[in-house]
Design a protein around this ligand. Structure first.
Ligand code: NAD
Length: 544
């Protein structure tokens, strides 16, 4: 296993990564990156290389922030509102059908990223933000809204985004892009026909950790990467208890588990919505609140978790499209027969992807095949019954391994047999000047020294996961588009529709492979927005 590192091993790996960045990337660009992580972590300090500078956007293009509305003020809407920068996006209205969430979006939570709009704007100013239950009414009554941020359940992404694009709004929609691939293509077409910015919320495209990780991978120090292991495991099997320690039960007598896909249904929401729930577009309160566990409203573990990590893996592999996928998904824990509640989506997935290696294609257009055996295998698993390892990705190369955990830590290790995890590295020039990992001074003492260097260099705290930067860049693109540039010169969000559609195709085709217990080869046309070919033509949204 590669993600289960001890604290000391982690510190050595972090220090290794930091040194490679300082020794190799910094001289190449002339930008001070040696302390980039320290700068990221230390809130309020001078950041040696800011995300805005790194990703190439600036707020100085802004005479005024983009007036925006949030549609879907639940858990993720709360994160986005807590993280947005009011210099870029000014929230003027929020919309949600659940009364509890309409309030929580303002009050936020005492800890964590959901700070609440009251804290971001100040309580008095936040009173100016209008609250709606119906997004159509919100758009109708507030013509000044330029953009919308959509954080709704998956089945609503495409219909609501398309409606907003047609109404002339720029759209930042949460991932997964859509419930099926036809909807992704419809979203891209709607954005293009209405000349609006469409951005999808795969935040890793704006994470400085991943960006620097990619630069290190591209430097070649890992050698040939033939395998990436990615996982998101967790354990929601413990029963919820109240303050007295009593196990909590649902009204039907089943035990409530601590699974985040099974959130509490608030009495306040039930009282307001349950009677007319169908008019709100849901079969039941349970489908509204626990939309992730139903096929009609969600897309299972691959859409919710796997899509993030396959996005990361394909970033590291140069955003190439995979060749094939096979897998097994089971619904083996959450079953009524064990009194754990029933669900339609899997609770465990194990998927294997074949990606093209560097020599797979003969040409840059990826038409002819040069070496069909040059394949990179990516394995992904998501468990709901064991949280032993943290979530992350591990790239295994012939000269080194790169490990990213929890969007927070990034570590580098040389290939050194059993000593890999405790070996410190520097970078030196290899044949032809290419950088190589140098372990010559790394036995005994230097490894311990590396720990100290690592701790000093990394600082403390949690780096930005990219949400803030993703929203800043979205606003920047909108303002730049207004400057009369030709279409080909306009900046696009780093995760624009065509990029995000590939992530959706990967996740949704994995679901098909598991459903059919088949190896499925990806077709080129699926990834072309102009083509009607999709992997899942028989999957059509169910109307109620
Ligand atoms: N980028 C990430 O890391 C990340 C993390 C978590 C969730 N997400 C995505 O964010 C989206 C929302 O997830 P969540 O965890 O916030 O779910 P959630 O259930 O907490 O929030 C969804 C909100 O939408 C509201 N809603 C439902 N139908 C509505 C309608 N017709 N009109 C107005 N409001 C409506 C619900 O009342 C709820 O408040 C999903 O697409 C999810 O995949 C992304």
């Amino acid at each position: 296993m590669a993600l289960d590192l001890t604290t000391e091993q982690k510190d050595i790996g972090k220090a290794n990564f930091q040194r490679v960045v300082g020794q190799y990337l910094e001289p190449k660009s002339g930008v001070n990156r040696r302390d980039f992580m320290k700068g990221l972590f230390a809130a309020g300090s001078v950041v040696p290389i800011s995300a805005a500078a790194y990703f190439g956007y600036q707020s100085q293009h802004f005479e005024r922030p983009v007036k925006a509305a949030l549609i879907g003020a639940g858990d993720e809407g709360g994160v986005l509102m807590g993280e947005h920068n009011p210099k870029y996006l000014q929230i003027v209205a929020v919309c949600d059908i659940r009364p509890y969430n309409q309030k929580r979006i303002f009050t936020g939570e005492p800890t964590g990223p959901r700070k609440g709009l009251n804290k971001v704007y100040g309580k008095e100013e936040a009173k100016q933000i209008k609250v709606y239950e119906d997004y159509r009414k919100m758009l109708e009554e507030n013509k000044e809204i330029e953009a919308v941020v959509i954080a709704l359940p998956l089945h609503l992404h495409a219909p609501v985004a398309i409606e907003c694009l047609k109404a002339g709004k720029h759209v930042l929609c949460e991932k997964l892009m859509a419930w099926n691939v036809t909807q992704c293509k419809d979203m891209i077409r709607a954005a293009e026909e209405n000349d609006r910015v469409l951005s999808i919320g795969h935040q890793r495209h704006y994470s400085m950790l991943y960006a620097h990780g990619l630069e290190v991978v591209n430097s070649g120090v890992l050698g040939d990467v033939k395998h990436i292991r990615a996982l998101w495991h967790r354990n929601g099997t413990w029963p919820r208890t109240n303050e007295k320690g009593d196990v909590l039960k649902q009204p039907n007598g089943e035990i409530q588990l601590r699974d985040s896909w099974f959130p509490e249904i608030r009495q306040e929401d039930r009282a307001a919505l349950e009677k007319d729930i169908k008019q709100h577009g849901y079969k039941s309160m349970e489908e509204l609140v626990r939309w992730r566990i139903f096929n009609r409203t969600g897309g299972g573990l691959m859409a919710e978790l796997g899509s993030h990590q396959l996005d990361a893996c394909s970033i590291f592999l140069g955003k190439v499209h995979p060749l094939a996928v096979s897998g097994v998904g089971t619904r083996s824990f959450y079953r009524n027969q064990y009194e754990r509640g029933e669900r339609e989506v899997e609770d465990h997935v194990f998927v294997t992807f074949e990606f093209p290696g560097k020599n797979y294609y003969a040409d840059a257009e990826r038409k002819a095949i040069k070496d069909k055996d040059d394949v990179v295998v990516v394995t992904y698993s998501s468990l709901n019954t064991n949280g032993f390892e943290p979530y992350g990705e591990c790239l295994m190369g012939s000269r080194g391994s790169l490990v990213v955990t929890e969007e927070r830590d990034i570590m580098l290790y040389p290939e050194r047999g059993g000593a890999s995890r405790t070996t410190a590295v520097t970078v030196s020039a290899g044949p032809g000047g290419a950088p190589v990992l140098d372990t010559s001074g790394s036995t005994g003492g230097p490894a311990t020294a590396a720990v100290a260097t690592g701790q000093a260099a990394m600082g403390t705290g949690i780096p930005s996961r990219g949400y803030r930067e993703e929203m800043e860049h979205f606003a920047y693109c909108i303002r730049m588009w207004e400057q009369g540039m030709s279409k080909q010169d306009r900046p696009l969000p780093r995760c624009h529709g065509r990029v995000a559609m590939a992530d959706a195709i990967i996740a949704l085709t994995s679901n098909l492979a598991m459903e059919r217990r088949q190896r499925i080869e990806f077709k080129k046309e699926w990834f072309e927005a102009e083509s009607k070919e999709v992997p899942d033509p028989e999957k059509v949204p169910e109307k109620i």
